[in-house]
Design a protein around this ligand. Sequence first.
Ligand code: SF4
Length: 142
Amino acid sequence: MSIWPMTFGIACCAIEMMGVGMARFDMARFGFEVFRPSPRQADLLIVAGTVNKKIAPVVKRLYEQMPAPRYVMALGNCAISGGPFAIEGQYNVITGVDNIIPVDVYVPGCPPRPEALLEGLFAIQKKMTGRRWWPEPQGGQL
Ligand code: SF4
């Protein structure tokens, strides 16, 4: 079953998302490659990067423009908790995108490995359909 993620990257974790779309990790082989330029055509929002107070309303607006059922992945420590920017006295970073929109799957790392993003996509797919469509990785390789 295919997933149509939205083309939306905020910071460095988005580079890993791009890597997963390229030949080496090749998300196309699992049917996830149809990145959509519009939230109205997407069923997955991958929050890839640091969510600061300026971009937070944009993230929320994009989420609200997606048709239901819609899913959200927090990719990387910044999207999960503010990551390295969640320090005392900081004034600009949201300490977790789940403070503004619901999150279905969390993929930790700074940045997460591309394989971790693929596993996150498998988890989203399982949430969508109730079953895992791809075998568990053997020896850490996907
Ligand atoms: S988790 Fe690390 S790699 Fe990802 S956006 Fe934050 S600082 Fe960049």
